[in-house]
Design a protein around this ligand. Structure first.
Ligand code: PLP
Length: 388
């Protein structure tokens, strides 16, 4: 296991600058004042790196930028008010009218909507492909393709893409790549090391880890980050507030500890469910009979806490009864916090999203938080008892 102690505890924190404060103060200031024209001129021409105006640079946010860049083995990180804002800025920075994007099928819902509903209005077209074969990306490349989008593993069914293989295809064609790395967190997978150009995180999930902040991160080279800063970042202005950066910093102190704990607990829950007579199918990259198990072991260091199951029951009422009976697993969207969760697909069945999902009615997405495995299994057991 890699040692993250320095990054999580000290990197980016110049404590001499802040009266020795152990934890970085929240710089709640929109603007910063200068003594001389020369000083102000310097700040204005280095807005990405020094305090001038908080939409560009803020000292509290800056500490976190350094930590996240280091965690992702990137030169730079820009922080956003949500993961969706980070993804939108990344994608928009790489395309213009007439361009084409190849994206893995079934990406995070709002990544899909960015392509289908928003960028299509500005003359940017797209193709969704089955990403389980890297060659499918190459086959979909057109003359005007500028960008390949990956999400490995993706949400809900957790299909992987071979990151080095897709990155190599992109490089051969002079095309940029973006990978949503929210599932794995920077602890379990580092796409930049595998040749990906831009890594996106919903920092709302594992990075925050406490179900209290909505935030996003974009990690990339200095060159790409500078371009995004001068354009999408400053123009759209979807920044992370200093207070939310501070909360995120509080969460990130324990990131490697939490990921370690989750990697130990989740396989126990998965094994219990995989062996249960009322479970039909388990979707989990680290299950040995998963067709992408070898790829998962090759490019991810350890397992995350998300997996899905299909219940072996004959009615949606039984699915609902099972979910309603769970007490310690909360029923909610999102994941990555301290609390274990379920997201039953049956909740979509009366909503407008029903038409958009290809997932079966007996499908339940799980997230394992920081509780003890036995405590969670006891909850599952009593819920199964109620429907058998
Ligand atoms: C939640 C999520 C996002 C969006 O992040 P927000 O912080 O909610 O905007 C993007 N990608 C994945 C995989 C997610 O789970």
């Amino acid at each position: 296991m890699e040692d993250y102690s320095h990054i999580l505890t000290h990197l980016g924190e110049d404590r001499n600058q802040v009266l020795g404060a152990v934890n970085p103060p929240i710089y709640y200031s929109s603007n910063f004042a200068f003594n001389t024209v020369a000083e102000m001129r310097h700040a204005l021409t280095h807005e990405m790196d020094v305090p001038f105006y908080t939409r560009g640079h803020n000292p509290t946010v800056a500490v976190l930028r350094k930590k996240l860049a280091a965690l992702e083995k990137a030169e730079e990180c820009l922080l956003f008010g949500s993961g969706s804002a980070a993804m939108a800025a990344a994608v928009m920075s790489q395309v213009q009218q007439g361009d084409h994007v190849v994206c893995v099928q079934k990406p995070y819902s709002w990544t899909g909507k960015l392509l289908v509903k928003l960028l299509s209005r500005y003359g940017v077209s797209h193709t969704f492909i089955d990403g389980s074969e890297a060659t499918n990306y190459e086959a979909a490349i057109q003359e005007n393709t500028k960008l390949l989008i990956l999400e490995s593993p993706n949400s809900m069914t957790f299909e992987l893409q071979d990151l080095p293989a897709v990155a190599a295809i992109a490089k051969k064609h002079g095309i940029r790549t973006i990978c949503d790395n929210s599932y794995a967190s920077p602890i379990n997978q580092n796409p930049i090391e595998m040749g990906i150009d831009i890594v996106i995180h919903s920092a709302t999930k594992y990075l925050s880890g406490h179900s209290d902040v909505i935030a996003g991160a974009l990690c990339t080279s200095r060159e790409i980050a500078e371009k995004i800063f001068q354009s999408e970042y400053m123009t759209i202005g979807a920044i992370l507030s200093p207070h939310d950066a501070w909360l995120l910093m509080r969460g990130i102190r324990t990131l490697s500890l939490r990921m370690q704990r989750i990697a130990e607990t989740t396989p126990k829950i998965v094994e219990y469910l995989a062996a249960h007579p009322l479970v039909d199918k388990v979707y989990y990259p680290f299950l040995t009979d998963n067709p992408q198990h070898d790829l998962a072991k090759k490019q991810m260091k350890q397992a995350g806490g998300q997996f899905s199951i299909e219940l072996k029951v004959d009615s949606i009422d039984k699915v609902d009864a099972f979910c309603n009976a769970l007490q310690t697993f909360l029923m909610a969207c999102s994941w990555g916090g301290y609390e274990s969760l379920i997201f039953p697909i049956s909740t979509l069945y009366q909503s407008a999203n029903y038409a958009e999902t290809t997932l079966p009615w007996n499908f339940i997405r799980f997230y394992v938080g920081l509780e003890e495995a036995a405590y969670l299994i006891a909850d599952l057991e009593q819920a199964f008892d109620g429907i058998s």
